[in-house]
Design a protein around this ligand. Structure first.
Ligand code: SF4
Ligand code: SF4
Length: 193
């Protein structure tokens, strides 16, 4: 059964409305002398903290090497299926050392209309090649422009120094660890194929 709620009958003082207007004006004038909590965007920019999860981007290391090895783990884990990778061969003739890496993405797309900024791609990447960045201004004139391609993803990600560079100096590590024979055996097996 419907419940009938009695309406509060306004007193003569409330019906004047002037006290309510005066109370509102008092609050407004008091606020005018408080410190600003709004920003005059876009002239003023908010402070972006290191752990902010903005648009994902691909990164290069300090040698300019594309760190992504096209393993496709991020494509697999991405909940809304926003990532599409077209794997390719590691680029030949590159100025940086690709000798121990077989693959690199020929193309890499992230559909920012699907991305939910969960950060799973950054979490799962074994190469620390994809990061959530501080990029929060995604303006576009069409839906297609919000599908970021590899070039755009590297623009967003930029350069991120890698203190480990796990593939660099692998030959030296093999020699130091006494694995030189194993490497020769591996090379011999490849030739015998
Ligand atoms: S942040 Fe989440 S939704 Fe966006 S591309 Fe990465 S895994 Fe996919
Ligand atoms: S970004 Fe990382 S997880 Fe994604 S394909 Fe490249 S190496 Fe694999």
């Amino acid at each position: 059964m419907a419940k009938v709620v009695d309406r509060h009958k306004l007193t003569w003082y409330e019906e004047l409305y002037l006290p309510a207007i005066a109370s509102g004006l008092k609050r407004t004038f008091r606020q005018m002398f408080q410190p600003d909590i709004t920003l005059q965007y876009p002239e003023e920019r908010p402070q972006i903290y290191d752990d902010y999860r903005g648009a994902p981007g691909l990164v290069r290391d300090q040698d300019g090497r594309e760190k992504c090895v096209s393993c496709q783990l991020c494509e697999y884990i991405c909940p809304p299926k926003a990532i599409v990778i077209v794997p390719g061969e590691a680029p030949e003739g590159a100025t940086y050392d690709y000798s121990h890496i077989e693959k690199a993405p020929r193309e890499f797309f992230i559909d920012m209309l699907r991305c939910i900024y969960c950060g799973y791609c950054e979490e799962i990447c074994p190469e620390q090649a994809i990061f959530m960045t501080g990029e929060y201004e995604l303006n576009a004139g069409s839906r297609q422009e919000l599908v970021h391609d590899k070039k755009r993803l590297y623009e967003i990600g930029g350069l991120r120094p890698d203190p480990i560079q796990k593939w660099k100096g692998k030959d030296d590590r093999l020699d130091a660890g006494g694995f030189t024979d194993l490497r020769k055996r591996g090379a011999g097996a490849e030739e015998g194929e």
